[in-house]
Design a protein around this ligand. Structure first.
Ligand code: ADP
Length: 476
């Protein structure tokens, strides 16, 4: 199994693939060329030899007919020419008469015997036939012996020539080509390994660079040999930067959480310690301190509850509990719940609904989001102030506007108000029971609905939060 994986990863390697590619590009064309050239050499050599023999044979045919050799085979000149043809081309020459009888065989083996082959019969019909048998390595030619005037075929001249010498030459060429090819392949292989190593080295450098960045020896990846590695380096640095920011914000969050949770505990410890250190404590003081301790416990509970809502929202980012909700009723209910707090501070709380709105939302999360906004508008208001909440919609979205006549938010704080534990005025916010998590929860809930939240504020005059949420839930 491990062996198989090793082989797989070997062939998956870019370096190995490049070597193979270079080898194919370097060697395949010469191999094809070799086969092609050797084949055309054989064809050309056989065709040249055939033409030579045909020319010689034609001369002989004329002389045989002219000297009436078929009737009398004793002609010295013809016999010597037959001999010569046979010797020069390392072949066999036979003269066949009109009765298919071999009257002359340069090998002297078959004289007097009959020969009835397809080629001989066709030549008796006047055809000149030339045939190359590459398996048995010979060229065979049959020519009709035709009387000039009467055009009568008197016999056939059969020439059979060995092509061994051509094939020997071809073998020699093939061996030379093979030697050349093997040497060439070795050189190509060396160059291929060198080039592949050089071409893939930026990727190895990049992997090493990533490890260095990971270990903190380098701050960023910079491998710009190729446009592609440059792009990957750029994207990696972007991603790594984002991870660093995330990591920092996580660390900050954890330290904030610890700090926030510790504060009420410290207060409680101080209160308890001072009670314990006193002797004969009057009951009223006990009650007062216990009341304070109770308030700190409430505060701790609120922070933990807010944190839990936030964490729950982070975790269930994908699974909102979506249903069709009457938003007018939902807004009514929120304001009804908050009215006692507003009344306690003499703040006028008004809801204005421009039209009936029904939307696909997570009722619990949206309630939490809007409640936080309206609660803030009441909490950070001035005595006798007002809070105007309005609900409107078009064909695509519904809009909630929460306007107050409160203290407003300083401009430099506007970009931070959605951060966890951020408070413009820490001590004031603590006094009125703020945890700094409310707007973070609100924003998360709205973003989960693919909505948007915007804030406008003038210090000393008031603040307006605009929320926009799609009427139909858009699944990711
Ligand atoms: P908190 O629990 O402190 O209210 P939030 O996240 O709800 O935390 O708000 C963050 C900070 O933004 C608050 O501490 C407050 O300073 C400021 N803020 C929020 N809403 C308003 C508002 N309507 N008017 C003035 N300041 C506000």
């Amino acid at each position: 199994m491990a062996g198989k994986r090793k082989i797989q990863s070997f062939f998956k390697s870019l370096k190995v693939r490049l070597v193979l590619l270079f080898l194919i590009i370097g060697i395949l064309p010469s191999a094809v060329l070799q086969v092609g050239i050797l084949h055309s050499y054989e064809t050309k050599a056989v065709s040249n030899r055939s033409i030579d023999i045909l020319n010689q044979a034609k001369i002989l045919v004329n002389q045989i007919v002219f000297n009436h050799y078929l009737e009398d085979t004793s002609s010295e000149i013809i016999n010597s020419q037959l001999e010569q043809l046979s010797n020069i081309y390392d072949g066999r020459v036979m003269v066949i008469d009109g009765n298919f009888k071999i009257i002359k065989d340069s090998y002297g083996l078959d004289e007097g015997k009959s020969i009835v082959s397809e080629e001989v019969i066709r030549s008796f019909r006047g055809e000149e036939i030339s045939k190359y048998d590459s398996e048995n390595c010979y060229i065979e030619m049959t020519l009709p012996l035709t009387e000039k005037e009467s055009k009568e075929v008197l016999g056939v001249l059969l020439v059979s020539v060995s092509t061994d010498s051509i094939l020997l030459n071809k073998d020699y060429l093939q061996n030379s080509a093979l030697i050349l090819e093997v040497s060439c392949a070795l050189v190509v292989a060396l160059i291929a390994v060198f080039l592949a190593k050089k071409m893939t080295s930026p990727f190895y450098k990049m992997a090493k660079g990533i490890v260095e960045v990971q270990n903190g020896y380098a701050s960023e990846l910079n491998e710009n040999t190729y446009t592609e590695t440059d792009l990957i380096s750029y994207r990696f640095n972007q991603l790594f930067g984002r991870m660093k920011v995330l990591d920092e914000s996580r660390e900050e969050f954890v330290s904030n959480v610890s700090h926030e949770l510790k504060t009420p505990l410290t207060s409680m410890k101080v209160l308890a310690d001072s009670l314990n250190s006193m002797e004969n404590v009057p009951l009223e003081l006990y009650q007062e301190f216990m009341n304070d301790i109770g308030n700190e416990i409430d505060r701790e509970t609120k922070i933990i509850n807010d944190l839990l809502s936030l964490v729950k929202m982070d975790r269930s980012a994908g699974d909102l509990n979506i249903s069709s909700v009457n938003i007018n009723e939902l807004m009514d209910l929120i304001l009804k719940r908050l009215r006692p707090i507003a009344e306690r501070q003499n703040i006028e709380l008004v809801l204005e609904s421009f039209r009936p709105v029904s939307a696909e939302v997570d009722e619990v999360k949206l309630t939490l989001a809007i409640t936080n906004l309206v609660e803030n508008a009441i909490k950070y208001n001035k005595p006798e102030g007002w809070v105007h909440v309005s609900l409107n919609a078009d064909h695509q979205y519904f809009y909630v506007k929460v306007e107050d006549s409160g203290m407003g938010i300083p401009e430099e704080s506007l970009e931070h108000i959605y951060e966890r534990f951020y408070r413009v005025d820490k001590s004031h916010s603590r006094e009125i029971g703020g945890t700094g998590l409310g707007l973070a929860i609100t924003r998360n809930a709205i973003l989960m609905h693919r909505g948007a939240i915007k804030v406008f504020s003038t210090e000393g005059e008031g603040t307006t939060f605009n929320v926009r949420i799609p009427l139909n839930y858009i699944a990711s």
